[in-house]
Design a protein around this ligand. Sequence first.
Ligand code: IPM
Ligand code: MG
Length: 349
Amino acid sequence: MEADVRSYAVTHLPGDGIGPEVTAVARDLVDRVGKRHGFTIDWRDCPLGADYYLRTGHVLPDEVLQDLRKTDAIMLGAVGSPSVPPGVLERGLLLRLRFDLDLYVNLRPARQRPGVETAGADDLDFVVVRENTEGLYAGAGGIAHQGSPFEVATEESLNTRAGVERCIRYAAGLARKRNGKLTLVHKTNVLVNAGSLWMRVAKEVAADTGVQLDYAHVDAACLYMVSDPGRFDVIVTDNLFGDIITDLAAALTGGLGLSASGNLNPDKTGPSMFEPVHGSAPDIVGTGQANPAGAVLSAALMLDHLGEPAAAADLDTAVDVVLAAGGQPTTQAWADALAAHLAHTEVAR
Ligand code: IPM
Ligand code: MG
């Protein structure tokens, strides 16, 4: 009976640029695996983004945020447009959602997938746990004497013990489920204040949880990610370092088109938000060339978070199968190939 069917309310926030193109594919595939695994998605369309801002003058109205809070998850496409000044949407929409919904972990898996050549050494399979609400992203700082020769601009990195600890605890929990090894990435030799806090807390959490703690400076970590990525399994790092090293990880594993992320509220006090790591890519909007794999893999992270790991694994495997066969040149061809794989395995069951 219907009452047995699991159902999740998910906000679909396609956003800007190629966001609508790639999330349409992800949404369709989520519905397909839902049918197979016995759940439905109650999609709630959310129009926020550049067009909404230009039309209404608002980036994220409070009442819309309240509606988002009531859903189980948010599937986001991309945020940012050349028609809006830099920072308005990035800070006002994307970062505000991360901060206000307390999405304190940005989970970014990086894995060498079949058929995809890596630009670096083999044996790359790690997860970056990026702190997602503090650090240099917190917005502390300002400009004085603007336009004069005495102009001064500051950005301060905010690191609270509670914020650092909850992020490292999440990473340690993940490490325990994988191979028990956690690497802190920071720059403790120069950023001695924040670095000291991160290091002390990491040692405490490691002692408490029994994970093996390793450490790499962020510059060295970039080098190792290319030359010896096998040394990493779970990496935990601050907001800006995490932003930067995950673009490198993406480049090493087939490009931004394949990279997925989950902005997580691990305590599940509100919805988590899932988005491909790529941006709105205004240069290819409407060309049909956008690769939906990053969005599909982000949807897989979402299903896993919602408690549907088998459906998540189906999406992940479908992407691997299509990649192993050489990938696809267009959004539609990707969508067709992924759907065909799912239909095929359905019959084979
Ligand atoms: C990311 C992006 C964002 C970030 C931008 C769009 C604000 O680069 O999700 O990695 O810096 O976090
Ligand atoms: Mg980034």
